[in-house]
Design a protein around this ligand. Sequence first.
Ligand SMILES: Cc1cc2nc3c(=O)[nH]c(=O)nc-3n(C[C@H](O)[C@H](O)[C@H](O)COP(=O)(O)O)c2cc1C
Length: 488
Amino acid sequence: MLLHTPICDLLGCTYPVVLAGMGGVSRAELVIAVTEAGGFGFLGMVREPVALIRAEVEQVRQHTNLPFGVNLIPAATEDTLLEAQIATCIELKVPVIGLFWDLSAPLVQRLREAGMIVVCQVGSVTEALAAQAAGANALIAQGCEAGGHVRGDVSIDVLLSDIVAAVDIPALAAGGIASGADLATMLALGAQGGVVGTAMIATHESFAHNYHKERLVAAKCGDTLLTDVFHINWPMGAKVRVLANSVTRGEHGDPFTAARTMVGHEADRPFYLFSTDSPLRSMTGDFEAMALYAGTGVRRIDAITGAGEKLHQIVREATALLEAGVARPDEPVPFASPACFAHEMNETYMGFYGRDELLAALNELLEAERAGARVALRTMAECTDERLIAQMQTLHRDEARWCGMLINAILQLHGLPSKRTGMFYEKAMAIEALPERLAFLIVGQKWVTRKLQGLLPNVRNESLHVSLTAMLVAHERAIVTAQQEVGL
Ligand SMILES: Cc1cc2nc3c(=O)[nH]c(=O)nc-3n(C[C@H](O)[C@H](O)[C@H](O)COP(=O)(O)O)c2cc1C
């Protein structure tokens, strides 16, 4: 069970794949499908009346005995309703509560005292530390790639690494996770699992309207954006990641005027233009002009499938990648599963590096790879050229994979993986012109190959030697590809 992490035992699921508590979308049918497939699911109950919460909880319990959660957002809920929601969840003994946006320490404490597991979604290290201090059992680190409301402005790999380094409680990663490769990368960076939102909207069981699902399938890389124009019902300035549409293009006028225009309805309940409501099965209206939430992982959604099928696909792919020690199944790189070799490394032997020398070299490489991964990610966000974006994605994924391998090797030596990012990051990001920055990235890759060439003759352990050789070959290949395909 490669994929089973400690948070699975905390939440009571088989796989560390968690359905995001998406307001409107994550209803009982979706939670049941995800739970039955071995994942964990949150009902998205933001601003929902207690009668609906009761009905949804009951429906889940009628279909499964497995644990599930309810997600609430205090900052977006009127006080009286929030209090009724909390009291209902406590009365119903909901096993897990997910909270998002402004942290309320007394609320976390109250829920813990009521015997519930509390999971807080956060967008910064400061928030993560506050949630831990308040008594949260686990965190969801939400990167700015996420669909829906986005709390912070940091990309998931950076935020996750920083949070994992700062807190003692388990952290899940959220934002752009739509494949097994995404999940494997997050696990390699220290997450205990992945939270999937957007990819679960495009399933038969989600409560989203078919219009929304089909728009997700049709969307391409670069079709999402962060905006605050969908603001009604939420604190001012809250950003959402959505598909670009007539509203984000400004075709409906000023979003912040007092006048309200109806854009849809559900029975006799109206929905307004510029509100945060997204198209649901139960609605009619002008769906194109609603908030079409989507994370950056939307580019990997190519069909509407069953939620269980989607989850198993993610699990199968992540497992295969972890087993093979690679992040991309189409290009297998054989690095050995690192058997524990700490006992071999206590003394220098025949001129090979001793443990301390080796740890220093591995940590130097780890910092460099982390820097490369961060530069690729940031650069990707600035690119408009699809070919370059794809190049940066590959580079980012590879660098993240090597970070995982190096962390693993350092841990096998009973060493402490460095939390630092190499100086290369600052230097590369100081270069504003993208072609020059990309050329500098290749300089960085060449630096890593030279380091590896120097290190390899000094590595005695066969397993580590194979892994580092694979890393060298992959870097050499990446340099050639960049030079040939992108013309650097
Ligand atoms: C349609 C939609 C609705 C969401 N509603 C909520 C919500 O009510 N509460 C919450 O904590 N997060 C909500 N989120 C954010 C998710 O918890 C999560 O951070 C996000 O979906 C992860 O990114 P991804 O969509 O790229 O997978 C929502 C996201 C989407 C896409």
